[in-house]
Design a protein around this ligand. Structure first.
Ligand SMILES: NC(=O)c1ccc[n+]([C@@H]2O[C@H](COP(=O)([O-])OP(=O)(O)OC[C@H]3O[C@@H](n4cnc5c(N)ncnc54)[C@H](OP(=O)(O)O)[C@@H]3O)[C@@H](O)[C@H]2O)c1
Length: 301
């Protein structure tokens, strides 16, 4: 089996590459950075430039499935032009892949796209399953809707499409957890806003395993990429403090302060999405990290 991965150099991509190699799958990957291109028998890099609509067509040779993870980080300040970068890096990149498959003879049968739980409207009460019909009116809701629409287009090429609505991915060195842990390390960990907002987290190893499960079992459609036990922001931060053996007594950081420092993107830490993992579990997937303390202990100890 040969898989083409976009965003293979990132947090989720690197773990998926590891798991592909453990299963004996070869990986081709696309990167914007020519210095990032490796040329190993089971890990071969190809260059693309999304804004110039340039892509090395050799990337798709003998490829059975594509995993599309590329996307500019949402943790930069959301200026008008950066919002466009967030959108284009996900959607124009998907269009470039579509064009490539349309123009190049290939044997791709499955397109698996990253997506995000930011599609679900913020709510303290709802427990979201994949069939929930309304989309958040926030910028993130708009991004995810366009991102999933771009993925769905591949069905016109007779390719199966899957979308993994990803929650807060936990890893020691990358993503949100180091940012959460940093003040905690100094004894300054505090709930954000009311601290009641739900955070649907997932250990990076389990998320990569979901991608592999969807690939190996040819599952189509939307799957939430979250662990079975979401936590409130307060409880999540408190667990980080417990596992790091640090005190947790600071007052909540009010929403207006977060808005002042983060601008519109403060919704990333304030919005509440309690998201269900039942659908992928019903397909037979077993989580390695079911509960947050076990995930944090694996990450930090
Ligand atoms: N981590 C999370 O908590 C989380 C939550 C929800 C959804 N997701 C989504 O899951 C996907 C993978 O997440 P991740 O955490 O692995 O992301 P990541 O570590 O930021 O890596 C994303 C990859 O996308 C590529 N990229 C970055 N900026 C780009 C741009 N402007 N245009 C095109 N490509 C660009 C980079 O590859 P090159 O430098 O090699 O080109 C990078 O390795 C992303 O789409 C992300 O939005 C992640």
């Amino acid at each position: 089996m040969k898989i083409l991965i976009t965003g293979a150099t990132g947090l989720v991509g690197s773990e998926i590459v590891n798991q592909c190699h453990q299963l004996g799958y070869s990986v081709n990957y696309l990167s914007r950075d020519k210095n990032n291109l490796k040329n190993q028998p089971n890990y071969q890099g190809f260059h693309w430039d999304i804004s110039k609509k340039e892509i090395d067509s050799a990337c798709v040779k003998d490829v059975n499935a594509i995993i599309h993870l590329a996307g500019a980080p949402i943790s930069e300040r959301w200026t008008k032009s950066y919002k466009q970068t967030i959108l284009d890096s996900r959607i124009e990149s998907a269009k470039l892949l579509y064009q490539l498959l349309e123009d190049t003879p290939n044997q791709v049968e499955h397109f698996i796209s990253a997506s995000a739980i930011g599609i679900y409207p913020s709510s303290l009460m709802n427990f979201y399953t994949e069939d929930y019909e309304h989309t958040s009116s926030s910028f993130l809701g708009e991004v995810v809707e366009a991102w999933e629409h771009a993925a769905n287009q591949f069905e016109a090429l007779n390719i199966s499409v899957s979308k993994i609505r990803t929650g807060l991915v936990l890893d020691k060195n990358e993503g949100a957890l180091p940012a959460i842990a940093k003040p905690v390390m100094f004894g300054l960990g505090a709930p954000l806003g009311t601290g009641k907002q739900w955070q649907s987290w997932i250990h990076v190893k389990d998320l990569a395993s979901i991608y592999m499960y969807v690939l190996n079992n040819e599952l189509e459609g939307v799957y939430n990429g979250v662990a079975p036990t979401p936590e409130s922001n307060k409880d999540l931060t408190e667990w980080v403090a417990k596992v790091l053996e640090k005190p947790f007594f600071m007052p909540k950081v009010p929403k207006f302060i977060l808005k002042l420092f983060l601008g519109e993107m403060h919704i990333i830490v304030i919005e509440s999405q309690r998201v269900s993992s039942q659908k992928i579990e019903d397909e037979g997937f077993n989580f390695e990290f079911y509960k947050l303390p076990a995930a944090l202990i694996d990450i930090y100890k």
